[in-house]
Each structure stands twice: as C-alpha cells, then as structure tokens.
Design a protein around this ligand. Structure first.
Ligand code: GUN
Length: 302
C-alpha cells in the first residue's frame, strides 16, 4: 500500500542501531587487542516467558556478532531467590564478565529490587541499580538504562541540540519514563512527566516539541494531540489483533497514521526504538569492559 498521507520524516532506528553495533564491534576489537581478552556480557533468564526467551536469544547472538563473549544462564521458573543471588555474586566476582543483565520480569516469588541491588553497579549495564539511578540523577558517570539512552541518541541525531525544547514523557516507569526524564533534563529540555493520573493529557502533549510515549497502551496518542512539527518517539510495543482473522501485529503507543500527518518526525513500530535497546546494551557492555580493565575509551567513540 502506498501511503501518500505521511508527512513526518521517519526516524530509522533499525539503521541507527546497525551503525551503532558496527561502531561497538570496532571498539570491542580494539579492546580485545589491548586487554588480551574479549569484553563479556552475562545474561540471566529465570523461567520460560516466551517474549523474554526471544530477547535473550537475540542479545546472545548480537553480543557474539559484535566480537564479545556471551554467557547465558537459564534457570528454571521455580529457582530459589537465594540461588539466583548466589549466581549474581559469582558473576560479580568473575573477571571475564563485564556486564550483567538479569532479564525482567522475574517470577513473582522473587524480589526484583533485591536482585538488582545485588548486581555490582559497575557491571550493571541495564542501569537499574540505585547507585546508577543516583549517578544519572546527579550527573555522575555511570550506566544509563538502554531504551531511554537509545531514544536520546535518536533525538540528538535528528534534532542536534535539544536545549530549551519542551519535552513530554508519557509514562513514569523505572525502566523508561523516569530515566528518560533525567536524560532530557541533562540535555537542557523543559520536561513534563505525564502518567495515568494526568489531567487533560492531550493538552499537555500539545505543548511538546518532543513527545516520548512509554505507557504500553496501543495507539493511545493521537495526531490531533500533537503540536505540528513535533518529534515523536514511540517506545510502545503492543501486540494486537490484525485485520486478518487469527493474525496479530505490533503497534506502538502512538496512533502512527494520524500522528505522521502532524509530527515533523516519528519513530515507526516496529523498526524505531525497538532495535536500539540491544544496540545500546552492547555499547554499555563495551564501555563497562574499558572501565573494569582501566583502559581509557576515546570520548565520543560511541
Ligand atoms: N525486560 C524488558 N526490558 C528489559 C531491559 O531493558 N532489561 C532487562 N533486564 N529486562 C527487561
């Protein structure tokens, strides 16, 4: 189908992520030459959640494709929390492991905060540990959650400086909304964080030069909510029934068809923010490897 209505520029996250992975691969090769070992990422999956299994498999494949070592630990859903904590401690102490990612969500009998708190903050490539959350909030170097960092990379690539722009983040999760707001503050945006209790959300969104939608509600943000020319970053990945009987499709938190007629630029779903998350994870891992090995990484290399 030819879409003649789309006015917005499409932000190609898939292509950006591919370039980023190529840069990571170069830096990882230089690291190996200097350190005499590959950078290493350990990924821990507890249970059999099908979506998590796909993510973990893709992470492993892309880690190896970038010339890094992948250590996969798959534990049964009924694993004791104490056994998971013991594994995390072993990974903390393992010099071959630069980055540790425990795939979320964890089974309900486990305390996610306790598990995250056990990860060495200097191996916490997800940026979920309170030490890294505090570092981000205070402007210290640390690890930043992969999805919001990927969003900022796309925004800066499209807009250049973000200084002085009005940004609205819809969603206040620890994984996306809150770190996204911190990153935009650091870029000198004027930031509003909206959520399910926000009054007159369309009016709030209409003020924004930058809209980041991360609520997990299919096609919630409509084109007539947007300021003409706004840049729209859609973090949503929602599986919904497709027109064809029995089929499903992926849609974002933004109603793409109407938004693309008003926005200046927009990320599609799929192919926008999604591919950035793993690419940034690999970036964080090679950065962690340099820090852990005491090897300087050229500013702006990644
Ligand atoms: N589950 C969904 N997204 C993420 C992520 O970025 N990191 C981890 N550890 N789990 C997730």
């Amino acid at each position: 189908m030819v879409d003649t209505m789309t006015k917005a520029d499409i932000i190609d996250g898939k292509a950006f992520a591919q370039d980023l992975r190529a840069r990571v691969a170069e830096v990882a090769a230089d690291f190996e030459a200097m350190a005499g070992r590959k950078a290493g990422l350990a990924v821990v999956l507890v249970g059999e959640d099908p979506a998590s299994q796909v993510y973990v498999r893709n992470k492993g494949k892309q880690t190896v494709a970038c010339g890094m070592e992948s250590f996969e630990h798959k534990l049964p859903a009924d694993t004791n929390e104490a056994d998971l904590l013991a594994l995390v401690e072993r990974l903390n102490a393992d010099p071959a492991v630069d980055g540790i990612l425990v795939q979320l969500p964890l089974p309900s009998h486990m305390n996610e905060q306790k598990v995250i708190a056990t990860i060495d903050p200097d191996k916490d490539v997800d940026g979920f540990h309170v030490v890294n959350v505090g570092r981000l909030a205070t402007g210290l170097p640390g690890f930043v959650p992969c999805t919001p960092l990927g969003c900022v990379m796309l925004l800066k690539d499209k807009l250049g400086s973000l200084s002085g722009l009005d940004a609205v983040v819809i969603g206040r999760s620890n994984i996306v909304g809150k770190p996204m707001a911190q990153l935009l503050i650091a870029e000198s945006c004027t930031v509003t964080v909206a959520h399910s209790r926000t009054k007159d959300l369309p009016a709030v969104v209409r003020r924004a030069d930058i809209v980041v939608a991360a609520v997990g509600r299919p096609e919630m943000v409509k084109g007539d909510w947007l300021k003409p020319g706004a840049t729209v970053i859609d973090v949503g990945i929602n599986r919904v029934p497709a027109a064809e009987e029995g089929k499903t499709k992926l849609v974002g938190d933004v109603d793409f068809a109407s938004a693309a007629e008003v926005a200046g630029a927009i990320t599609p779903v799929p192919g926008g923010v999604g591919p950035m998350t793993i690419a940034v994870l690999l970036r964080n891992t090679v950065v962690a490897a340099h820090r852990n090995a005491g090897i300087a990484l050229e500013e702006g290399a990644l």
